[in-house]
Ligand binder design. Structure first.
Ligand SMILES: Nc1ncnc2c1ncn2[C@@H]1O[C@H](COP(=O)(O)OP(=O)(O)OP(=O)(O)O)[C@@H](O)[C@H]1O
Ligand SMILES: [Mg+2]
Length: 55
């Protein structure tokens, strides 16, 4: 069974920070696989997760 978690709110209030921490906590507790989507056109969730951009 899958679970969906959405993080929404005002700009600059820590949505992406919370999302990255959630992803990390889920992975570290073995709740995998985790599909993380950043719907912000100016996305930076990948950066917070330490993922390097493909060049
Ligand atoms: N709990 C917190 N305490 C202090 N600073 C925080 C906290 N959570 C996030 N920040 C800082 O606030 C800033 C904005 O955080 P973040 O990018 O996660 O917000 P956001 O809601 O995703 O912003 P945006 O709407 O621009 O996408 C960052 O510099 C982040 O390090
Ligand atoms: Mg954000």
């Amino acid at each position: 069974m899958s679970t969906s978690i959405a993080v929404a709110g005002k700009g600059g209030t820590g949505k992406t920070t919370i999302a990255a921490m959630l992803v990390r906590a889920l992975v570290e507790s073995g709740k995998t696989p985790v599909l993380a989507l950043d719907a912000d056109p100016d996305s930076n969730l990948g950066t917070l997760l330490g993922i390097e951009e493909a060049t």
